[in-house]
Design a protein around this ligand. Structure first.
Ligand SMILES: Cc1cc2nc3c(=O)[nH]c(=O)nc-3n(C[C@H](O)[C@H](O)[C@H](O)COP(=O)(O)OP(=O)(O)OC[C@H]3O[C@@H](n4cnc5c(N)ncnc54)[C@H](O)[C@@H]3O)c2cc1C
Length: 474
């Protein structure tokens, strides 16, 4: 067998650049080439970890000591049924590639994360959720079927009817059961290129939950910004964004926004040229500066205009793509995103504790985002009937230990409440956390499927090794 044709060792980081890995990479262009990579890696005793566009914040798309299989060469939209809104794509197609294809035909991906730069393979492997998760579920809920190339040498069609156990484990299976090489999914019919958006201020955490519960039965999208620095009676204050689609014939002018060129992100944010925003954020990148920015944002939410406005789908969905290289704000040590998912009843207590403890430790999150979620039937999904709270924490320049100790304490509170975590955002979970979050029974079922499709234990990532997905084989 010929040796693997690898590109030179490439430096890759997690999106929060708090972790970095150097690996040889390989970029196959077909399912056959993927199978070839596995055959050769097996023969040479190498591990393979997959990487889409590297938008996971932590170490989920790194594989130090092994090969990284980069899926960006598999980037074709294979078919698009414009009458039914069904697309078949290769995994390296990005959300941007998909919406640019679909929008002029009157369709929009029914689930999108906060960045359009994620690939469909990465979204399926993480079962990505959007701001409409409470309403439509995650990426997996929109997938009809997929092809999975396994390290064991098979190409399997997986769906709710065919190889259903593998389907339910490969979605949200963080790339540990094989490479998804073709994904067929259903999109959402839209009648306008924009939506109706309202912003509702919340004076504290309790009001945030009240607004979510009140709006959820009718809203299409719900997401809230949380000021994680305010304390006392203002603990958890912020602003909930509520958005609705237009119905058929309701927005005559909106049809012209189905042209992708009219969806481009605006050149200014709050009057500041986009390119300058990271520089300005860097000036405020400390606890007091962020306290001021959060206060300013809250006051404008509380006392600014509250009328409904119209916003294009791209501007509404991909807020962080507005700010070029926003993560440079956190140089040089980088940042982590910590995102627990907590059952509905326990969320007010858990999120309140998180806010109080991070403030008491002098490490409040600089940015907080709350979303409402619903459960699904994917084996290791992070989805549940409850809320998530995504927080950005700068890694202290003096060393990561205090932050890791703090997140360990927070994780104990989350797990005591029956919560889960999201592998795409994680860099701090301990092996015991992984088993507690999903339960030994689910983890064992996942391991059994892994032994079936990957008998030689070829698949691995830094994340899987860290949290103990990658148990040593007998
Ligand atoms: C600014 C920003 C905002 C975000 N907002 C959200 C959000 O709102 N909701 C949300 O859910 N997530 C969000 N994310 C996280 C992001 O959507 C996920 O990390 C997603 O998986 C990234 O896709 P990717 O192509 O970059 O995958 P990568 O990060 O490269 O890989 C993710 C995982 O998928 C596996 N994988 C990749 N391709 C395949 C394949 N073809 N077959 C099998 N496994 C594969 C990899 O091994 C890895 O484990 C956000 C990220 C950023 C940077």
């Amino acid at each position: 067998m010929r040796p693997l044709a690898l590109s030179p060792r490439r430096v890759m980081d997690g999106f929060g650049f708090a972790v970095r890995g150097v690996s040889p990479t390989v970029r196959p262009r077909s399912a056959e080439e993927v199978a070839e990579v596995y055959a050769r890696a097996t023969a040479e005793g190498l591990t393979v970890g997959m990487r889409g566009n590297g938008r996971s914040y932590g170490d989920a798309a790194l594989n130090r000591g092994g090969i990284v299989l980069d899926t960006l060469g598999l980037d074709r939209v294979l078919s698009f049924d414009a009458a039914a809104g069904i697309a078949e794509v290769e995994p390296g197609v990005t959300i941007e590639g998909l919406w640019r294809h679909a929008l002029p035909l009157g369709w929009w991906p029914s689930v999108v994360p906060g960045t359009m730069l994620a690939t469909m393979g990465g979204c399926a492997a993480m079962n990505v959720h959007g701001k409409n998760h409470f309403h439509v579920g995650g990426t997996g809920d929109s997938i009809l079927d997929a092809d999975l190339v396994t390290p064991g040498g098979e190409t399997l069609r997986v769906s709710r009817d065919e190889n259903a156990d593998l389907f339910h484990a490969a979605i949200a299976g963080f790339g540990m059961l094989g490479t998804l090489t073709r994904i067929k999914l259903k999109l959402k019919r839209i009648h306008s290129g924009r939506m109706k958006v309202r912003q509702v201020p919340a004076r504290n955490l309790a009001e945030q939950f009240e607004i979510f519960e009140r709006e959820a039965p009718t809203a299409d999208y719900l997401v809230s910004w949380v000021d994680c620095i305010a304390s006392g009676a203002a603990l958890g204050r912020g602003q909930v964004h509520v958005a609705h689609y237009f119905g058929e014939g309701e927005d005559k002018d909106g049809a012209r926004l189905l042209d992708p060129n009219r969806q481009d992100l605006p050149p200014h944010i709050l009057g500041v040229p986009r390119a300058l925003v990271p520089k300005i954020l860097r000036l405020f990148n400390n606890r007091h500066g962020m306290g001021l920015l959060n206060l300013g944002k809250y006051l404008s939410a509380r006392f600014g205009p509250r009328s409904e406005y119209l916003q294009g789908h791209v501007a509404f969905a991909f807020l962080l793509d507005y700010v070029p290289n926003f993560r440079s704000t956190y140089e040089p040590a980088g940042f982590i995103q910590y995102q627990p998912f907590v059952p509905k009843e326990a969320a007010p207590y858990v999120f309140g504790e998180i806010l109080k403890r991070t403030q008491a430790a002098g490490m409040p999150s600089f940015l907080g985002v709350m979303k409402r979620h619903r459960p699904d039937d994917f084996l290791l999904s992070h989805a549940l009937d409850g809320y998530s709270f995504a927080m950005d924490y700068p890694v202290p320049r003096a060393g990561r230990e205090p932050l890791w100790k703090l997140t360990g304490e927070l994780s104990d509170i989350v797990l005591d409440a029956g919560g889960r975590f999201y592998p795409a955002k994680d860099l701090t979970l301990r092996p015991s956390d992984f088993r507690r979050a999903w339960g030994q029974e689910r983890v064992s079922r996942f391991q059994a499927l892994r032994r079936q499709v990957d008998p030689a234990g070829v698949l691995s990532t830094d994340w899987a090794r860290r949290v103990g997905v990658d148990e040593p084989r007998d």
